[in-house]
Design a protein around this ligand. Structure first.
Ligand code: SF4
Length: 273
């Protein structure tokens, strides 16, 4: 069942982290085939023989597909990161029909080497987090805003983000998640502040549920931040329990965590996502 309505969300207070894995049976919403929906502007270049000028003509839109996306990303040279030591372009992985999509910042050393997102220590931490709320990797889809590793794991710059984000937009259109979990400040700012150029701290963006057109977004700290300090354990635990109960609510199944166990986050409607 694909969620179409809007309902009040469960509320409550907090518990401890880490938490034992849950054995909840997942009920994955039945989702329409995403390979037929999104469309991309398509142009072709011809010559006007009267003026000898080149003319760009807009062709009827063609549906996007994972195959086209993979093809377009192959050896992508669209931004400087292609020539700054990148080994592999990291598209993303997981369930391409998932209701939940996790979005991080950029590949790190291990991701670049293996061509897979969230492997290595931060990947293990992510697996612990999603397992603690009863999910496995194959239940969700995971991607980054930027698909190539910035050298020395530096922050991606605004130009790299604006060039590469077209691919994330296409992934979002193909997966069509009901819930997005932004991992870290970069992903949250990209998703919630968009082209406004405004940047906020993660603290300022957390503890809210952003909603637009039946789609929800929650922000939390990046798993690598949890590796650096235990300070973020409780906030992440709060955020992912809210995510789990939101998912349960959308697929109309009993809440995994009792409402008195889950913090109450306000829902901000019609936020652009
Ligand atoms: S970061 Fe994105 S835009 Fe830049 S080269 Fe890699 S895939 Fe292409």
């Amino acid at each position: 069942m694909k969620y179409t309505g809007r309902k009040a969300l469960p509320a409550g207070s907090v518990s401890t982290w880490p938490h034992k894995s849950l054995t909840t049976t997942l009920r994955t919403p039945v989702r329409p085939n995403p390979s037929v929906s999104p469309t991309l502007p398509h142009k072709s270049v011809t010559t006007d023989h009267n003026t000898s000028q080149t003319v760009t003509q807009r062709q009827p839109c063609e549906p996007d597909s994972w195959e086209k996306l993979e093809q377009d990303l192959q050896d992508c040279q669209r931004c400087p990161l292609a020539k700054l030591g990148r080994k592999k372009v990291v598209l993303g992985e997981g369930n391409r029909h998932a209701s939940i999509m996790l979005i991080g910042e950029a590949p790190g050393f291990d991701e670049d080497r293996l061509g897979r997102p969230f492997v290595g220590r931060s990947g293990q931490k992510l697996d612990q987090i999603i397992s603690a709320i009863g999910f496995r990797r194959n239940d969700i889809y995971v991607a980054n805003v930027v698909k190539c590793r910035p050298p020395e794991n530096r922050d991606p710059d605004p130009k790299e983000i604006s060039t590469c984000s077209q691919f994330l937009q296409r992934q979002l259109a193909l997966v069509r998640p009901d819930i997005i979990l932004a991992l870290g400040r970069f992903a949250a700012n990209y998703l919630l502040q968009g082209q406004s150029g405004e940047t906020k701290t993660l603290k300022a963006m957390r503890q809210k549920i952003y909603q637009n057109d039946g789609k929800y977004c929650i922000c939390t700290y990046h798993p690598s931040a949890l590796l650096r300090t235990t300070e973020y354990r409780q906030p992440v635990w709060d955020d992912v329990r809210v995510l789990r109960n939101l998912y349960d609510h959308l697929v109309k199944q009993p809440a995994t965590f009792t409402s008195s166990d889950v913090p109450k986050y306000p829902v901000l409607p019609e936020h652009s996502l």
